[in-house]
Design a protein around this ligand. Structure first.
Ligand code: HEC
Length: 188
């Protein structure tokens, strides 16, 4: 092959890649943006609560998970959404012992939704969304934090304060978005 031809072929190849690239990256960007739009368009009672909590009494690992949450879980909605959620992750043996010590947490799913791997499942679901960009190791730290934090703030001596807080958010939400409240909690 002569040299000119090689140069021309190479230039053509570069042109094609450059021309294709913006279309490709625009496509990826709009998938992420659509996800963010979806997150903001469909509000949750959680969103009415604070986007920060006091973690000064938490272990360094838990604090690291909290920091990651503040950074990574704020791209499409605010950290209020996970921090004021009814999700409560408890192992089967913890659930068994709380049936006697904290029976109220099994009585209102809008305040406490108890499952043995709910945060794990939810963080994975968020990680699979376009534009989420959370590494596996960070995802693990975030769900470990959410698991420990939900147990700390929503059970034991804190169960009552949690219920008051969550019920207030539910009432505010129902008043402001009655149709969405119905869709989320009364449609099943
Ligand atoms: C790419 C955008 C995006 C990112 C990043 C994201 N979320 Fe979400 N989140 C959504 C959307 C959209 C919804 C609405 C429900 C759905 O589509 O699953 C949602 C809903 C939620 C809910 C409410 C679920 C319910 O049914 O009550 C929680 C809790 C939540 N996200 C936690 C998180 C956590 C924790 C992180 C960080 C690990 C995170 N989100 C990061 C888009 C995102």
């Amino acid at each position: 092959m002569n040299k000119k031809l090689v140069v021309a072929a190479f230039a053509a190849l570069v042109t094609v890649s450059v021309l294709n690239f913006p279309a490709f990256s625009e496509g990826a960007k709009s998938a992420a943006e659509l996800e963010k739009e979806k997150a903001l368009k469909n509000p949750y009672p959680n969103d009415f609560g604070p986007d920060k909590i006091d973690v000064s009494g938490y272990t360094p690992e838990q604090q690291a998970g909290y920091k990651l949450l503040q950074d990574k879980c704020s791209r499409c909605h605010t950290p209020s959404r996970p921090l004021n959620s009814q999700f409560l992750q408890l192992k089967p043996e913890e659930q068994a012992s709380m049936k006697t010590s904290n029976p109220e947490i099994f009585k209102d799913k809008l305040v406490w939704q108890v499952e043995d791997s709910i945060w794990q499942r939810y963080v994975k679901r968020m990680m699979s969304k376009p534009g989420c960009a959370i590494a596996d190791a960070d995802g693990r730290k975030i769900f470990t934090f959410l698991r420990d934090d939900s147990k700390k703030r929503k059970t034991g001596a804190n169960a009552k304060a949690w219920a008051e807080h969550r019920k207030k958010l539910l009432a505010q939400f129902k008043e402001k978005y009655p149709a969405r409240y119905k869709e989320l909690f009364e449609a099943q």
